[in-house]
Ligand binder design. Structure first.
Ligand SMILES: [Fe+2]
Ligand SMILES: [Fe+2]
Length: 186
C-alpha cells in the first residue's frame, strides 16, 4: 500500500492526489460503518482515479493495446475510460484483488450488481471532503442517514449532470440505476 501511495503521489497532480486521498479516507470510514474491508476500501479509493489525468489519445491507445472494450460512447468521450483503464493499470502495479479492481473499473459509469466495496468507492468519490458542488451537503446527509438511499441520490445526481450537459447516458449507467432502484425497493 505504501509503495502505491508513493507512486501515486509522484504521478498525479497534487490536486488529484488530495482527491484520491479524500476518497480513500471516506471509503475507509464507510467500510467501518458497513462492515466492509477497510484496507481494500483505502487502496481502491487511492487508486480509483490513477488514469484520470491521461489524455483522450493515451486512454484510447492503452485500451486498444490491452483489449479493453471501447464502444461508440466511450470513443466519443474517452475520459470515461479512466475507470476500466485505471483498473488495468492498478493490476499492472501489482494489485490482484478482483474486488478492488472492479471497484476502480466501475466508479465512473456504475455497474449493475456491483459489490459493496464498489458502491462505497462510487459514493466516496462523490462526497469526499475536498469536493464542493451545489447539493453536496444534502448528498452527504443522505449517505449518513441511509447508505442505499444516499447511493441512489449519488447516481441520480450524476445522471442529471450528464443530461444537463446534453451528453448521452451510457447504457451501463442506466442498467446500474435500474438495478439500484430495484435493489432498494426489495
Ligand atoms: Fe474518476
Ligand atoms: Fe474521483
Amino acid at each position: 500500500m505504501e509503495l502505491i501511495r508513493k507512486r501515486l503521489a509522484k504521478e498525479l497532480t497534487s490536486q488529484l492526489y488530495t482527491h484520491c486521498d479524500g476518497v480513500a479516507e471516506t471509503a475507509a470510514r464507510l467500510a467501518v460503518q458497513l462492515g466492509c474491508d477497510t484496507e481494500k476500501a483505502t487502496l481502491a479509493g487511492l487508486l480509483h482515479d490513477c488514469a484520470r489525468e491521461w489524455s483522450p489519445e493515451k486512454l484510447l491507445r492503452y485500451a486498444a493495446e490491452n483489449d479493453i472494450e471501447v464502444d461508440i460512447l466511450l470513443e466519443s468521450n474517452p475520459m470515461l475510460l479512466h475507470g476500466p483503464v485505471g483498473a488495468h493499470l492498478a493490476q499492472s502495479m501489482g494489485v490482484s484483488d478482483d474486488d478492488i479492481l472492479s471497484a476502480v473499473r466501475c466508479h465512473t459509469l456504475g455497474c449493475p450488481g456491483m459489490s459493496l466495496l464498489a458502491q462505497i468507492i462510487y459514493v466516496a468519490d462523490k462526497i469526499e471532503p475536498g469536493r464542493f458542488y451545489p447539493g453536496i451537503k444534502d448528498l452527504r446527509n443522505a449517505v449518513a442517514r441511509n447508505f442505499n438511499e444516499g447511493l441512489i441520490q449519488c447516481a441520480s445526481k450524476s445522471i442529471f449532470y450528464v443530461v444537463q450537459n446534453k451528453q448521452a447516458i451510457h447504457p451501463l449507467t442506466i442498467t446500474f440505476y435500474n438495478w439500484l432502484v430495484r435493489k432498494t425497493g426489495e
